[in-house]
Write a protein that binds this ligand. Structure first.
Ligand code: HEM
Length: 244
């Protein structure tokens, strides 16, 4: 008990000595950058949204190629994939909303929401808006999966790749940081990883489709023609070929 009391006194002394200076410093920095703060945050949220979206796409591809199955349970991986997509869309929403607070370029609500209405780089910004709308459609489809049916859901899910391509082009063409080496590395790295996994995914599905059927050996006496049955899969978890 005495130890906790001493710790509390120590924390009180440190906080009392440093907090007033820290608050004055933060207030001064806030005052000096008041006009550019929304712009700084808007860009930061743009990058966070892009990273979350890339994470979700990469996660989906790792799921559909089956690479993740050795490491994690499929329902958990699927939930994380879905959550990352929703987090990305939420961050992109904040990114768009903050444009309205940045008075250096006058963005009306229509300019933020309607593709082609932006006063700055209308085509590049339209790609971001379309990317967000496509992502929202894909996220909604997670919840409407039963109603849509497996085939329609999967077809709609492929739209994710279009949304990712639009987001990448949008960031590169609309962003002020594109010239920075770290931004170039981010876009190149994200595009390279997604393309690499997509090629593997396509290769696997083409391989499965065109794999020559195993030669039919006559069944041994007393064995079933059906052969070994596949292991049952938990109902909440989609099969590898059903994801991304
Ligand atoms: C309503 C939808 C959206 C609007 C109106 C919008 C608008 C903008 C604008 C005006 C810029 C240029 C800001 C600047 O650097 O001066 C920008 C940059 C950017 N946006 Fe968006 N965007 C939207 C959706 C998205 C989405 C869905 C993503 C990613 C998932 C995204 C990621 C980015 C990134 C990474 C940048 C680059 C920031 C920089 O280089 O400074 N945006 N966006």
């Amino acid at each position: 008990m005495a130890r906790w009391g001493l710790a509390a006194v120590a924390v009180g002394i440190v906080a009392g000595a440093t907090l007033p200076g820290a608050i004055t410093g933060i207030a001064a920095a806030w005052d000096a950058n008041r006009t550019s703060l929304p712009w700084l945050f808007e860009r930061a949220f743009g990058y966070l949204a892009y990273m979350a979206m890339t994470g979700s796409v990469v996660y989906g591809l790792l799921l559909s190629t089956g690479f993740l199955d050795a490491l994690a349970h499929r329902p958990i991986s699927f939930a994380l994939h879905q959550d990352l997509a929703a987090i990305g869309a939420g961050l992109a929403g904040v990114h768009g909303f903050l444009l309205g607070l940045d008075h250096s370029v006058p963005f009306t609500i229509a300019a933020i929401l309607v593709p082609g209405q932006s006063p700055h780089a209308p085509v590049a910004v339209a790609l971001g808006q379309l990317s967000l709308y496509l992502s929202l459609a894909v996220i909604a489809s997670f919840y409407l999966r039963r109603r849509l049916g497996q085939r329609a859901w999967r077809t709609l899910h492929y739209v994710t790749f279009l949304a990712f391509t639009f987001a990448t082009a949008h960031g590169i063409l609309a962003g002020s940081d594109t010239g920075s080496p770290w931004a170039a590395w981010l876009y190149t790295g994200a595009a390279a990883v997604v393309t690499f996994l997509l090629v593997i995914r396509l290769g696997l599905s083409i391989g499965t489709r065109f794999a020559s059927p195993a030669p039919m050996a006559p069944p041994e006496r007393g064995t079933s023609r059906a052969g070994p049955q596949p292991r049952p899969r938990p109902s909440s978890a989609p099969a590898a070929e059903e994801t991304a």
